[in-house]
Ligand binder design. Structure first.
Ligand SMILES: [Zn+2]
Ligand SMILES: [Zn+2]
Length: 254
């Protein structure tokens, strides 16, 4: 099988990178974890979907969803691993090229299989961008597929034993001040996305606003349709960019 082959190649590169760090100075060994996690997440994703028989059983769909999550983790670790290797410039150039190539082959192959197992989410554009679930809960719907991309909700938390108002986004979740609920809900009532986006920027935890929102097209996108790209700088997380289907790019997490 082609994929098996690529995963073996990925394992070889993982070993080479580990050898590279083992032979370097003491501190460099801290990066080994990331390249290992990159590899084992790919392996997990592959193991979950390998040999699936039917296309429509619940178990396959659950496995495919877990595989998707593992695959996204692997991508994040791969970006981190590459940013670490870049520290070594010329010395690690070949390792970076090899990792980039083989990882993409593995990623694309596994991703294609996952998409075949998961039920198709055909582009059913919703009639509206905000869906009121109840007095205390509003969903923001992806303008491409209609899936829930983010939500504002008031609920009671068992652990805190009090009412909590929160924003749950594409990559960010943040508690909000209950006193803001009335204002935000009234803006949601009128689907004033741009105003809500500005309004919540005052919270340091979500200072980039609604992370599911593209201000340029004034639309909401889910995780699948707002393509995310993490940036890593010498082993440390820098920020996340998102690009909408109209190719508007912005930082959604800094
Ligand atoms: Zn979507
Ligand atoms: Zn846009």
């Amino acid at each position: 099988m082609a994929s098996n082959n690529n995963i073996e190649k990925l394992e070889e590169i993982k070993e080479k990178i580990i050898d590279f760090y083992e032979s370097a100075a003491n501190f460099d060994k801290v990066w080994i974890t990331d390249v290992k996690e990159m590899y084992y997440n790919v392996l997990t994703a592959w193991t979950l979907i390998r040999g699936h028989k039917n296309h429509d059983t619940d178990i396959n769909i659950k496995q495919a969803e877990s595989a998707q999550a593992a695959l996204e983790n692997s991508k994040s670790r791969k970006l981190q691993a590459i940013s670490e290797l870049r520290i070594y410039k010329e010395e690690a150039k070949d390792l970076i090229t090899a990792l980039d190539q083989i990882f993409d082959l593995c990623y694309n192959e596994i991703s294609n299989i996952i998409q075949k197992i998961l039920p198709e989410m055909k582009g059913k554009a919703p009639k509206k961008s905000v869906n009121k679930v109840s007095e205390n809960e509003y969903n923001l719907l992806c303008s491409v597929c209609g899936n829930i991309a983010a939500k504002f909700i008031i609920g009671t938390s068992k652990s805190f034993n009090k009412r909590i108002f929160a924003y749950l986004g594409v990559i960010h979740s943040s508690p909000l001040n209950l006193k803001d609920a009335e204002n935000i809900f009234s803006l949601l009532e009128h689907a004033e996305l741009s105003k809500i986006h500005s309004y919540i920027k005052k919270y340091p935890t979500i200072e980039d606003g609604i992370d599911a929102y593209c201000p340029e097209c004034n639309k909401i996108y889910c995780r699948k349709h707002y393509r995310l790209q993490e940036e890593w700088d010498e082993g440390f997380y820098d920020c996340t960019y998102a690009t909408c289907p109209q190719n508007h790019t912005r930082i959604i997490d800094d």
